[in-house]
Design a protein around this ligand. Structure first.
Ligand code: FAD
Length: 476
């Protein structure tokens, strides 16, 4: 392995707290840069929330339920299947096997880099020392990276109720509730709605905000909202669940909305009402490390905290709380500690909801552009005009680009439809490269693909599109 010697042999002890995407990326990069790395993780396996109870298990289950939905859609093409027989135990075994394989991969990668992985819960003893809880072990470090992540925000009185679950338990399915209430219509609530509805639950969503998916523009979110409205039993917005009470067979929920108060019986309730940083368990007050009022650790663009020896990355530094952001920050922190002139300054970080249809967006939304008083324009391309989408029953999809009215530089983009998770990577790259509409339109996209819709959206904006007739085509 190619190892670069650190600046001084006496300053290369790096401690990383947390073995999630932020922590293991930081630890691996730092080890490759020649640091003597100790990685401390509370749980026996690496991977953090993302691998063990977040991104990977949820996407594995969503793949299974999306396949059921696709099989049903084939009816329109004259192909029918029998109702699926769902073996929850086997499905969980498959999901757990995926996790275990990735856990082992991370352990091996840590071993190959000779990282000292310790299982335990660390807190600060001083600006250069960590202590492991329930042990006298002290870890001396020259630099530390905090990557302790976040946890579910709990609702008082719900933790010991077997009918109430949080996201981790929701992904460890033992039985499928007939009637499920999901509190919280963010991406975790929505993805679970697709998982449980796909497995046979009747799902109700209660969301406090006035509309679902208000982080992106209403036009692009419409195909997903339509689908959710179709598959869910009920969606309550501006809703507060004011009471949850177990009775012999059910859990009774009191749901208050501007229209009135409803009492409904459910078999189970999933609470997906946001996340909290794990900074409160690190004894930060002892070293005067600054957090904001909500406990998120304040960092600069190099991931430095207010203390010269301590950096922080990932969910514990605040939103967006996404694995790819955590991993990227982890590498930046390690490289900055090694003396490289780097900083965390992405033009944009993509967000994806792995629903059916998927919804992904990156950069500015129209709402952002309007609020920032930017002279913007946007183009929305309907997938009805895309041959691939018609052939795969995805014609409800949409692609959207937001661009500067004068310079035609890209400001943001969004996709709702199949493979939006993959398609948004092109828009992210275009933003990072400071591309304008011509750059996107001039890049030849393979045919027939959904990716053509990105180029066609740019052509629509430029007035050069041939797949649609808008009447605004340039004549020259
Ligand atoms: P974490 O992954 O939370 O890891 C922190 C680790 O630190 C944990 O393992 C914890 O045990 C450990 N730890 C905490 N305190 C201590 C301590 N004092 N000592 C030692 N160890 C400690 N993001 C995406 O980008 N895409 C997705 O599809 C996606 N899906 C998700 C689905 C769900 C259901 C959930 C809950 C989250 C999802 N996320 C997704 C978010 C993603 O999981 C997080 O953004 C990501 O895990 C953050 O990484 P992190 O390294 O900051 O923290």
């Amino acid at each position: 392995m190619h190892r670069k010697p650190p600046a001084s042999p006496n300053t290369n002890r790096l401690a990383v707290i947390g073995g999630g995407p932020g922590g293991y990326s930081a630890a691996f990069r730092a080890a490759d840069l020649g640091f003597d790395v100790t990685l401390i993780e509370h749980y026996p396996m690496l991977g953090g929330v993302c691998l063990n109870v977040g991104c990977i298990p949820s996407k594995t289950l969503l793949h299974a339920t999306a396949a059921i939905a696709t099989a049903l859609e084939l009816k329109e093409q004259g192909i029918t299947f029998e109702s699926p027989k769902i073996e929850i135990k086997r499905l969980m075994e498959f999901k757990n096997d995926v996790i275990t394989r990735l856990n082992s991969g991370l352990t091996k990668l840590a071993q190959q880099r000779r990282i000292n992985v310790l299982q335990g819960t660390a807190h600060f003893h001083s600006e250069n020392q960590l202590k492991l809880q329930d042990s006298e072990q002290i870890i001396n470090f020259d630099k530390a990276i905090i990557a302790c992540g976040s946890r579910n925000r709990l609702i008082a009185g719900t933790t010991n109720n077997p009918r109430i679950m949080y996201s981790s338990a929701a992904l460890n399915i033992t039985s499928v509730p007939k009637q499920l209430l999901i509190i919280g219509g963010g991406y975790i609530g929505i993805e679970n709605a697709f998982i449980y509805q796909g497995l046979g639950s009747e799902v109700t969503i209660a969301e406090m905000e006035s509309q679902l998916l208000n982080l992106c523009d209403a036009d692009i979110a419409k195909p997903l909202i339509d689908r959710l409205t179709h598959i869910c039993d009920a969606i309550h917005t501006q809703a507060q669940v004011t009471q949850l009470e177990n009775n012999t067979k059910h859990i009774s929920a009191e749901i208050k909305t501007p229209e009135g108060t409803e009492h409904k019986q459910f078999d189970a309730v999933l609470v997906a009402a946001g996340r909290l940083p794990n900074s409160d368990r690190l004894n930060l007050q002892a070293i005067n490390l600054i957090t904001d009022d909500n406990g998120y650790i304040m960092v600069d663009e190099c991931m430095r905290t207010n203390l010269p020896t301590i950096y922080a990355v990932g969910d514990v530094t605040g939103s967006p709380m996404l694995a790819h952001k955590a991993a990227h920050q982890g590498k930046i922190a390690a490289e900055h500690i090694s003396g490289k002139r780097v900083c965390f300054d992405p033009k944009a970080i993509p967000s994806v909801i792995y629903s059916n249809p998927e919804l992904a967006w990156v950069g500015l939304t129209e709402h952002d552009a309007r609020s920032a008083d930017i002279d913007y324009r946007c183009a929305l391309f309907p997938w009805q005009a895309n041959g691939r989408a018609l052939g795969t029953q995805q014609s409800h999809g949409l692609s959207k680009l937001i661009y500067h009215a004068q310079t035609k530089k890209l400001l943001g983009g969004a996709v709702c439809g199949a493979n939006a998770d993959e398609l948004i990577a092109e828009v992210t790259l275009a933003l990072e490269m400071d591309a304008d509409l011509e750059d996107i339109a001039a890049s030849i996209h393979p045919h027939p693909t959904y990716s053509e819709t990105i180029a066609q959206t740019a052509e629509l904006a430029l007035g050069t599109i041939t797949e649609l007739y808008s009447g605004k085509q340039h004549k020259q």
